[in-house]
Design a protein around this ligand. Structure first.
Ligand code: FCB
Length: 464
């Protein structure tokens, strides 16, 4: 193995350091405090959908341990905390009745954060759509767009005096396509037209919510969180360039062209044809509201190849109309998710976004991290691979910033181990280890390393 020497690097003054979580993944208390059910309750309680029959019923029990968890964030030196609000906790049916107890929980969370000097950064939708809305068509139903706007306005009325930085949606690609085309996430449909409709209605709901939130209050910092990736052909046979372009349009360009240019990629619209018939005149103007910031989640590059003679051509279930391509990753090293480690792709992706979208607002990296299951031994959890992954990605990020990309902050995913959606509790992303029997939290070595990164506002010199 060759050793690489790394110089010390410093981030600009005022760079914001945080960690992220999401409501269904950590809160638990699924039936407490007047919370309504969400599509993830239904999905996780459906046989065969989630590994090991895991559910978010208890999760990290953050709902009951919020005080302890915020104290832990403060001990780790976090400057900001990105969390999501469970729509069904504050509006149990997604519309109409407001649950005061649910609102009180988020009030308390925000007050605790502020008391510790930690900037709250809530996300309004991290995939847990109220089940009551799903029963009337979920985000396939255009009416859900305006109900989302009502919910967004409610949250600003309740928290806008103390919270200025908000995002509307987290990774809308995942909810639309993993949830409605591939069937791997809630609500578990395999209907391409539904997926494209949801992809459009999510952005429409985003635009409407931004308008509604600004109508409630001036001075908010509003954004959306997208999970772009480079699509790379590796291995043989090579993936056809036109198909790579199409995957890129579905995964990347739809979201940035929509929000920043007020149009969808023409090549994708041509390929979708009637699948995209939910788009109505005037929608694109609503979608393209000016944004104060853009959230980027980055984990890995998507590696594909062409199909071989005799192989099925329709392997990419999460990408309607794409054919003749399959996921193909022949690299040796992976995280526990089976994801390749591609920090160079992080730099490249940020430079590309910078070049292609001149009106890109300042970027925050809203998620980046890796799953490794290192055990706690005698009260300590050594996780050198996570430290290595984060170090490489922070260097790649700094490189992009040096080359002109305006990035204002970084949130590690995740503060603590949690319910990793269809993969359950075995995929551990936390800076903090959680024992899911006792719910005890143990900061890993990476948490202490990250605390030092924050204190130093950068990385020490080292070798790997
Ligand atoms: C992202 C999700 C987040 C978490 C990480 C690993 O796609 O936003 O909730 O599951 O992946």
């Amino acid at each position: 193995m060759t050793m690489t020497e790394h110089a010390a690097i410093t981030f600009p003054d005022g760079f914001l350091w945080g960690a992220a979580t999401a409501a269904y993944q950590i809160e638990g208390a699924a039936h407490d405090g007047g919370r309504g059910l969400s599509v993830w309750d239904t999905f996780s309680h459906t046989e065969g959908k989630v590994a090991n029959r895991h559910t978010g019923d208890i999760a990290c029990d953050h709902y009951h341990r919020v005080e302890q968890d915020v104290a832990m964030m403060a001990q780790l030196g976090l400057q900001s905390y990105r969390f999501s609000i469970a729509w069904s906790r504050v509006m149990p049916d997604g519309r109409g009745h407001v649950n005061a107890e649910g609102l009180a929980f988020y009030q308390r969370l925000v007050d605790l954060l502020l008391a510790h000097g930690i900037t709250p950064c809530p996300t309004l939708f991290h995939w847990d759509l109220p089940q009551g809305l799903e029963e009337i068509g979920g985000f396939r139903n255009r009416d859900t767009v305006s109900w989302f706007g009502d919910y967004a306005a409610l949250m600003v009325r309740e928290l806008g005096d103390r919270v200025s930085m908000w995002s509307t949606f987290n990774e809308p690609w995942c909810y639309a396509y993993l949830g409605h085309a591939a069937g791997l996430h809630a609500p578990g449909l395999t209907d391409p037209r539904a997926a494209v409709t949801v992809a459009h209605h999510e952005l429409l709901a985003h635009g409407l919510a931004v308008r509604a939130m600004r109508a409630e209050r001036d001075g908010l910092q509003l954004g959306i969180v997208i999970n772009p990736s480079n699509i790379r052909s590796e291995g043989a046979p090579a993936a056809p360039a036109a198909q790579i372009r199409l995957i890129d349009a579905i995964h990347n360009r739809w979201w940035f062209d929509g929000t920043l240019r007020g149009e969808y990629p023409a090549d994708l619209l041509a390929s979708y044809g009637a699948l995209a018939d939910a788009i109505q005149p005037g929608d694109m103007e609503t979608i393209a509201q000016p944004l104060d910031w853009m959230g980027i989640n980055y984990y890995f590059d998507i590696l594909v190849r062409g199909v071989e003679a005799g192989e099925p051509t329709d392997r990419m279930g999460a990408y309607p109309t794409v054919a003749g391509v399959t996921e193909a990753d022949e690299r040796d090293e992976h995280t526990d998710m089976g994801w390749p480690i591609t920090p160079e792709g992080f730099t490249e992706l940020l430079l590309r976004l910078h070049d292609e979208y001149p009106n890109m607002p300042p970027i925050y990296i809203t998620e980046n991290g890796c799953a490794y299951d290192d055990p706690v031994v005698a009260g300590r959890c050594a996780d050198p691979r996570r430290i290595e992954y984060l170090d490489l990605h922070l260097r790649a990020l700094r490189d992009a910033m040096r080359r002109g990309v305006d990035v204002r902050g970084y949130y590690q995913w995740s503060l603590m181990d949690n319910f990793e959606w269809a993969l359950g509790y075995d995929k551990r992303f936390g800076l903090v280890h959680v024992d899911f029997e006792t719910l005890q939290r143990t900061p890993r070595d990476s948490a202490l390393w990250y605390r030092d990164v924050i204190t130093r506002n950068g990385l020490a010199a080292g070798s790997s």
